[in-house]
Design a protein around this ligand. Structure first.
Ligand code: ADP
Length: 481
């Protein structure tokens, strides 16, 4: 297996997660080793102490009994010591030198390292651990024995090898290290599985997101987990779907705008060619031609204006100039604007003014006119000959309301939800050209006036657009918003 450079989450996990577990286990092992060592050595020491204390008691009793030669008693004791197989007992003289040992091997002359400690030690005892003269690890306990008032004191020193104890401690240490390593290995195994359940999906999500960035909106990530990663997967998939829809809408928008631009351009070109061929003789034709050219130029200007508004909306530069204005006058003007067209197309355009006196409202005159024109234009555009478009204006408390209803083709329920989205055009709009940004701009203007736009529609029956605007704008909104 090729060694890979550990990076990213794996590296962080190795340093933080595994590093912490490692340090914790190392401390646990160290504590265990210290405790067992203490436990074992204390055991040996208390064994030696019980030898020392019982022999000290014994000799105290002899001394108390009187007429007792301490030195020869001690020599006898050492020479005849029963447990010499496990413990070696040594006789120490007043200078701390070993004078006799139970093993019989002459260590005489060597000094006992614990002798001096017996003067101050508890029960006249002292303990020592170290290497013996032959290099063996040993532990000893020495007890000072003396007759009352006598100048010379003797010591009995019990010595035992730590070889067995050390071997036992070594195996316990090895066992605990093995357990710690096993735990570490298990933690590593389970965590690397866990980390891989994060890294692999994240990598896959990254790959898919790059693909989406390159324009492959149809790619989707398979959802394997029902957790945060699963949620992220869902979000990315949702995002890809939304981008695909927007992209499709954008393409449709470009094609419908091109179409929208081409129609008036064709008409202008046609009429200007006709007029140049005809010359100025036929006054009637010239007038008609110029009227068409002017009308079509207006249409072009409206489309360009829509596009500009849309781009302002996108970049957040869309603003309204709030001032006192006469909404009724604007409604009337907008209706007037469409009177001829409605007549031409065989549509009845009715204007009903319910407000006895509509007070002036605070709003952007030009923008609100744009709203009205757009909504009335749609009502006529999506109505068939013989239909009726009604425009009503009313004052409801603190609000002014304009309702535009038609008996046109209507909008399906699914389309109704998205009708104010940019570029959105209903599937069944009868092939009537449009850019799909009119209502998005209308919605934005009404929002900027703190008003509401409601659209109710029944497919094949008609559509009602209700525009509600507060008569007064909050103080802060009065200037340019
Ligand atoms: P467009 O330029 O396509 O008219 P709009 O944003 O003004 O764009 O309208 C979006 C879509 O809403 C239209 O394409 C049409 O499908 C639908 N729509 C708007 N007004 C009406 C209406 N009065 N009757 C039926 N459909 C409408």
């Amino acid at each position: 297996m090729a060694l890979q450079k550990v990076t990213g989450i794996t590296k962080r996990w190795l340093i933080n997660g595994l590093g912490t577990v490692f340090v914790f286990l190392a401390l646990l092992v160290a504590a265990f080793i210290l405790l067992t060592r203490n436990y074992y050595y204390r055991g040996v020491q208390s064994e030696l102490l019980s030898y020392a204390n019982s022999s000290a008691d014994l000799f105290e009793r002899y001394i108390k009994g009187g007429n007792f030669d301490l030195e020869s008693g001690l020599r006898d004791f050492v020479a005849n010591f029963q447990d010499k197989e496990i413990v070696e007992v040594q006789l120490i003289n007043n200078e701390g030198a070993i004078v006799l040992t139970s093993t019989g091997f002459g260590r005489s002359g060597e000094t006992a390292p614990d002798w001096d400690g017996t003067v101050t030690g508890k029960d006249n005892t002292a303990s020592w651990r170290g290497k013996s003269s032959v290099g063996e690890n040993v532990m000893s306990v020495c007890v000072r024995i003396s007759e009352k008032g006598a100048k010379t004191a003797y010591g009995l020193r019990y010595v035992t090898s730590l070889r067995l104890v050390n071997a036992e401690m070594r195996s316990a240490t090895l066992a605990i290290i093995a357990i710690a390593l096993a735990v570490l290995f298990f933690v590593m195994l389970s965590n690397s599985y866990f980390v891989s359940t994060i890294i692999n999906p994240v990598k896959e999500i990254g790959r898919t997101a790059r693909n989406i960035a390159l324009g492959h909106y149809d790619v989707r990530i398979e959802k394997r987990y029902n957790d945060e990663i699963g949620e992220l997967t869902d979000t990315i998939n949702y995002m890809a779907g939304e981008i695909a829809t927007t992209e499709q809408m954008k393409n449709e928008f470009i094609s419908s705008v091109s179409h929208e631009l081409r129609t008036p351009l064709t008409s202008i070109k046609g009429w200007s060619e006709t007029l140049s061929e005809l010359g100025t003789e036929d006054e009637e034709m010239t007038k008609k031609g110029l009227k068409v050219i002017s009308g079509e130029t207006d249409r072009l200007a409206r489309i360009v204006e829509d596009l500009l508004d849309f781009s302002r909306m996108q970049s957040g530069r869309f603003s309204v100039q709030i001032e006192k204005m006469d909404l009724l006058a604007e409604v009337e003007d907008s209706v007037m604007l469409y009177r001829d067209r409605a007549k031409r197309e065989g549509i009845t355009l009715k204007y009903m003014e319910n407000a006895r006196v509509m007070l002036p409202i605070e709003g952007d005159r030009i923008r609100l006119r744009q709203v009205l024109v757009n909504v009335i234009d749609n009502a006529i555009k999506y109505s068939k000959s013989g239909g009726t478009v009604r425009v009503e204006a009313a004052e409801i408390g603190e609000f002014a309301q304009v309702v535009v209803s038609d008996t046109g083709i209507g909008i399906s329920d699914e389309d109704l939800e998205h009708i104010t989205d940019k570029f959105y055009r209903a599937g069944k709009n009868g092939g009537i050209p449009g850019s799909g940004i009119g209502l998005a701009v209308v919605d934005e203007i009404i929002k900027k006036h703190n008003g509401t736009l409601e659209i109710e529609s029944d497919e094949g029956v008609g559509t009602t657009v209700i525009i509600t605007l507060p008569k007064k704008q909050p103080q802060t909104e009065k200037e340019t918003v």
